[in-house]
Design a protein around this ligand. Structure first.
Ligand code: SAM
Ligand code: SF4
Length: 313
């Protein structure tokens, strides 16, 4: 359905848990987040119901995220239930990859169409520093599982000035593999909201350091590049240096069932406990009232009440 500004809302990002095995500096506090009360999170059935209602209202793409979606108990059942909903054409997962070797086959069989994997650097020391707990070998095993079961895979790589802004080795991943490495500008939200300016680097500036990349076109919010003759591609996602609000087609639902019409707004509409027509009407009014735009890129401040681990990106 369309919101009050004529944007056709077709993309839902559903967070299925706040929890994660990693502790990325920009996303999670070192000690992790406090576990949500079991009764406050959407059950497997509620996750599926809320997706069905969104599909009835015109959503055709759903992404499961978190925290780390693969640590959620019942994740395969959630995927199977959502994949069967009429109107859902794409069911994707964004993951840190650690549990993909274990779950990729089951997720594929359950109807997941694609996975995006987060990997900020191939340098073992830097990855440990950024994620506090992760290691490159385990994430690369997840990448192999993603490629084996889902083919074309996108890697999300958040750029942090002074830490992982040498992207040469990440770009080199696209030489022989059908991979799209997407460099994402760090947003000042949650854990990194008061980080110094030099940590927030423009994706375009970083890209200039790899002059062999050629621009090949735009796709959605991503600007695409390729090294001529290489198999994969490189994408740039620039939430800080460009505003995408006029074309924004997404809504978000948190693990505790709060609908966020805009990532950077404080507005949260509670859905937990609602069912049937009441749930559908509430989701429909939330979509209609999606704000026209946020000011995060100008004010360098997000009004969101939660950090990324509580929203799902
Ligand atoms: N745990 C999963 C993962 O890491 O892919 C899913 C959840 S994570 C919150 C989703 C994405 O948000 C990841 O690619 C992560 O790098 C990105 N992210 C987290 N905090 C961010 C920030 N402040 N700015 C930009 N991207 C961020
Ligand atoms: Fe976990 Fe993903 Fe946040 Fe890293 S970005 S701490 S992997 S939820």
């Amino acid at each position: 359905m369309k919101d009050d500004f004529g944007r056709n809302i077709r993309y839902l990002r559903l967070s299925v848990t706040d929890l994660c095995q990693m502790r990325c500096l920009y996303c999670m506090p070192a000690e992790g987040v406090q576990k949500l009360e079991h009764d406050s999170i959407l059950t497997v059935e509620e996750c599926i119901e809320v997706c069905r209602v969104c599909a009835e209202l015109g959503v055709n793409k759903i992404r499961l995220t978190g925290g780390e979606p693969l640590v959620r108990r019942g994740i395969v059942d959630i995927c199977r239930g959502i994949a069967r909903i009429p109107g859902v054409e794409e069911l994707c997962i964004t993951t840190n990859g650690l549990l993909l070797p274990k779950y990729a086959a089951d997720l594929k069989a359950a109807g997941v169409t694609r996975v995006n994997l987060s990997l900020d650097t191939l340098d073992p020391e830097k990855l440990r520093r950024i994620t506090r707990t992760g290691n490159v070998t385990d994430v690369l095993a997840g990448l192999e599982a993603a490629e084996k079961y889902f083919g074309h895979t996108k890697i999300n790589s958040v750029l942090i000035g002074g830490i992982n802004d040498d992207i040469t080795d990440m770009v080199a991943l696209t030489r022989d593999r059908d991979i799209e490495v997407r460099f994402i500008e760090l947003m000042p939200i949650g854990e990194c909201s008061d980080w110094p300016e030099e940590r927030f680097v423009s994706a375009e500036a970083i890209l200039k350091r790899v002059p062999q990349l050629e621009y090949i076109g735009d796709k959605g919010v991503s600007m695409l590049y390729q090294v001529p003759g290489w198999k994969g591609r490189v994408g740039l996602i620039r939430p800080m240096s460009h505003k995408f609000c006029s074309a924004c087609d997404r809504i978000r639902i948190t693990a505790d069932g709060k609908l966020k019409p805009c990532l950077h707004s404080a507005t949260e509409i509670p859905l937990k406990g609602l069912h049937g027509e009441e749930l559908k009407n509430t989701v429909a009014s939330a979509i209609k009232a999606k704000p026209q735009s946020h000011l995060m890129d100008e004010t360098h401040h997000s009004d969101s009440l939660r950090g990324m681990s509580g929203i799902g990106g």
